[in-house]
Write a protein that binds this ligand. Structure first.
Ligand SMILES: Cc1cc2nc3c(=O)[nH]c(=O)nc-3n(C[C@H](O)[C@H](O)[C@H](O)COP(=O)(O)OP(=O)(O)OC[C@H]3O[C@@H](n4cnc5c(N)ncnc54)[C@H](O)[C@@H]3O)c2cc1C
Length: 399
């Protein structure tokens, strides 16, 4: 039997990955007195498995700090990146370049943090259908139907909300595969335990992406997350069998992995021409898309989750739920400007002549650009998109 909640939620967030949790935490931060009118739904029960390298860049940690999030989960600090190209190898050293977490642990802790901020959480509640109307959104799950004024779709690359927002079946343009193994002997050297490897020699083998080795796990039980990413840049999709490639390249290094230990997950490359909203609906995270140069999506998910929450709160105050400017705001954000640059460089790099300095330079320039934008964000609100003025916030708290 379907039950319908009598009062609509202000906001329902579908998907409790980094995008959904960031949206929930930001919404509760902006309107703590209405946090219980925010519902965060996920089809899975946490801790749930998530196929991901778990690399969190500095921008991600900056956003977590701005959200007031302090999670006690284990992470492996990375102080150097070794970039392997057909023409040679470059190692860049920078303490705290990024860190590697286990996603099942990190996402579980983030979800609990959001819940502790007063938002309602339902796990094991997959959304089956979404109906948009001028009054709001009807969200159907096997257990219940919920009504909301605004929905944030943070249900990942394969989710339902992106299909609703762009009215069709979007083609998935990226795929990543990964596995965990024990480190090899050289990888146990303390310096190597803090070095991540990005290997682009597979570009010559027809892969439009790279293979990685990220140190992970705890000191007593060290692991390495190893994987490969591929993006289809137009034309005929590659027939490269990624799984065979990963198994073969690991075998060449005497690292034996059973085929069933390799897990995969798709992704969308961010496309500025694809809408990321509809009336009463905003997308965030992988539902919008990620950058195809390194496939770094966690900090992007946090950032677009925050943007979506700020935009939703602004709409709840103004009563305008058309979200007609959201796609433009996302496109013009510092984050998506850097993603667009990475996309242009990735296309040249992965389909033409790989020039190492173009890739390393772009990674450095975009990181510096986002760092510089942090002081600007401080002036305009957390992401500079859909920011909420102190005056508005005061009015809201008073009312
Ligand atoms: C192999 C691989 C390696 C990667 N490595 C990295 C890395 O090292 N660093 C990095 O920054 N990024 C990495 N990424 C990308 C990163 O994993 C994603 O960008 C990030 O998880 C996106 O977060 P999200 O919250 O948008 O979506 P997700 O983390 O995918 O969360 C979506 C949530 O929605 C839920 N959901 C889906 N459908 C429904 C439904 N109908 N109803 C209810 N709930 C639903 C799911 O259960 C899930 O919990 C990698 C990706 C892959 C594939």
């Amino acid at each position: 039997m379907h039950l319908e909640t009598p009062a609509p939620f202000d906001l329902i967030i579908i998907g409790a990955g980094p995008a959904g949790c960031a949206a929930a935490i930001r919404a509760a931060q902006l309107r703590p007195e209405r946090a219980s009118r925010v519902l965060l739904l996920d089809g899975a029960r946490f801790p749930r498995v998530k196929v991901c390298g778990g690399g969190i860049v500095r921008r991600g940690d900056y956003l977590l700090r701005r959200l007031g999030v302090d999670l006690h989960v284990h992470s492996t600090p990375i102080d150097a990146g070794t970039f392997v190209f057909p023409s040679g190898t470059v190692t860049l050293r920078r303490p705290g370049m990024f860190r590697v977490v286990r996603r099942e642990e990190f996402d579980d802790a983030l979800l609990h943090f959001a819940q502790a901020r007063g938002v309602q959480v339902r796990q094991g509640t997959p959304v089956l259908d979404l109906q948009l109307s001028p009054e709001g959104v009807l969200v159907s799950t096997p257990q219940e139907r919920f009504r909301a004024t605004v929905v944030i779709g943070a249900d990942g690359a394969n989710g339902l909300t992106r299909k609703v927002a762009i009215s069709g079946r979007p083609r998935l343009s990226m795929v990543g595969l990964e596995t965990f193994t024990r480190p090899t002997l050289p990888e146990l050297i303390p310096r190597q335990r803090r070095t991540a490897v990005f290997d682009f020699t597979c570009v010559g083998a027809g892969i439009q992406g790279y293979a990685w080795d990220f140190p992970a796990g705890e000191e007593q039980s060290p692991l390495v997350n190893r994987g490969v990413f591929h993006t289809h840049f137009g034309g005929r999709p590659s027939r490269m069998n990624l799984k065979s490639y990963l198994l073969g390249s690991l075998h060449e290094r005497n690292i034996e992995v059973a085929p069933e230990q390799i897990k995969g997950h798709p992704a969308h490359m961010y496309d500025p021409s694809v809408p990321c909203s509809a009336p009463h609906l905003l997308l965030a995270g992988d539902a919008i898309g990620i950058e195809p140069l390194l496939g770094e999506g966690i900090s992007s998910a946090l950032e677009t989750g925050i943007m979506a929450a700020e935009t939703a709160v602004r709409a709840l105050r103004s009563g305008d739920y058309s979200f007609s400017r959201y796609s433009d705001d996302v496109r013009a954000s510092h984050r998506m400007r850097s993603v667009r640059l990475k996309r242009a460089v990735a296309e040249r790099f992965y389909t033409g002549q790989p020039r190492w300095w173009a890739l390393v330079g772009t990674v450095g320039v975009t990181a510096a650009y986002l760092r510089a934008s942090q002081s600007w964000d401080g002036l305009r609100g957390m992401t500079g998109v859909g920011s909420v003025s102190a005056q508005q916030q005061h009015r809201d708290n008073a009312g």
